[in-house]
Design a protein around this ligand. Structure first.
Ligand code: PLP
Length: 362
């Protein structure tokens, strides 16, 4: 096992107890904790509604199904976790890719809607807010769905990610900035009709116990997971603050390593939450190997851009060269360890090894 892991969820006795109590005292599915978690999450993000579902992928898919994007197009980024684009396909639409900027977020000048565009789906990659104003300007009168699966608590011009577009989609998978102790997801929105449609879609299309007026799914968040998530949510701000402090420490210690490009620490307008701390370098694989040999776990998010995934090459005929900025990101990005319980000394140790790798004195 690596001496310094890439990520580690915080799991406290309080979270385990909350889960156990929900299992003992509540309905296992659609128990009270689910609705409380939704209310608390909506309040946290700053939207009127939050509808829980069983994953981030389902949050995206159901949001787009509820917006009826079927047989139309959704503009999104090729540089994300594959689920971003796959959810477009599940919703019956065609993903149209727009290449990215140097920070990995979608380039608004590449967002070029047509008559067939049903929505734009930007991702707040690594927890760093996408340029939402420019995206909205590039796509007036087009629905915007935020993939905030890596951006719990991040903010853009004073608003939380997930509260800026028509809907925000979150994942609570175990490595995210907060988890429900397994898979889970949430859609945030101010649109009451959309929220009501989502509540039906996630629950078998139910309008009442035995009446179903749409073709729904079984995509509910389990009560025990919601109870776990409620406790995590109370710690989210403190954990994000810790992530930012560790990111600043990395940046300070690595600032003179010319071979490495550091991520933005944010601006007054865009406050990131460092779901991942991703550096870029030309000899990425060799640096990763060196760190690995010395007990530091790293990862690549993402080594294959979505358009070059076999499923997408086969379905849409993409080839290398289609989205050069994304391909370059895929070749150079390296995620260094970052998690709330990481110690300063561990950051220093990673930095020492990086500097040593480049022949300096760590
Ligand atoms: C940007 C992004 N979109 C979508 C997803 C899908 O979320 P889930 O794994 O909960 O389905 C994830 C996370 O895995 C993600 O990081």
């Amino acid at each position: 096992m690596a001496r310094i892991p890439l990520a580690r969820p915080v799991i406290s006795e309080e979270m385990v107890q909350a889960m156990a109590q929900a299992l003992r005292d509540e309905r296992l599915v659609m128990g009270e904790s689910v609705f409380r978690f939704e209310d608390e999450f909506a309040r946290y993000v700053g939207t009127d509604h939050a509808v829980s579902v069983s994953s981030g992928t389902d949050a995206l898919t159901l949001a787009m199904l509820a917006m009826n994007v079927r047989a139309r197009e959704v503009i999104t980024t090729p540089f994300s976790f594959v689920a971003t684009a796959t959810s477009v396909v599940h919703a019956g639409a065609t993903p149209i890719f727009a290449d990215v900027l140097a920070d990995g977020n979608i380039d608004p000048s590449e967002v070029m809607p047509t008559r067939d565009t049903a929505a734009v789906l930007p991702v707040h990659l690594y927890g760093n807010p996408a340029r939402m104003d420019e995206i909205a300007e590039a796509a007036p009168n087009v629905r915007i769905i935020e993939d905030a699966c890596q951006a719990h608590g991040a903010s853009y011009k004073g608003r939380k990610c997930g509260a800026i577009g028509d809907a925000g989609c979150f994942s609570f998978y175990t490595t995210k900035n907060m988890t429900v102790g397994g898979d889970g997801g949430m859609v945030t929105t101010n649109d009451e009709r959309l929220a009501n449609d989502l509540r039906k879609l996630r629950d078998c299309g139910r309008v009442s116990r035995y009446e179903h007026d749409v073709f729904g799914f079984t995509s509910r968040l389990n009560t025990a997971n919601a109870a776990f998530g409620r406790v995590q949510l109370r710690h989210l701000d403190e954990w994000n603050e810790r992530r930012r402090a560790l990111a600043r420490r990395y940046s300070e210690r690595l600032k003179d390593v010319m071979e490495i490009k550091l991520p933005t620490l944010g601006t007054r307008d865009a406050v990131p939450v460092f779901h991942l701390f991703v550096v870029r370098c030309d000899d990425r694989d060799s640096l990763a190997r060196y760190l690995g040999e010395n007990g530091v776990e790293t990862a690549v998010h993402y080594p294959i851009p979505i358009h070059l995934q076999p499923a997408y090459r086969d379905a849409y005929g993409f080839a290398r060269g289609s989205y050069p900025a994304s391909e370059r990101m895929a070749d150079t990005a390296l995620s260094l360890p970052l998690f709330p319980e990481m110690e300063e000394g561990q950051v220093d140790e990673v930095c020492r090894l990086v500097i040593e790798h480049y022949g300096g004195k760590g």
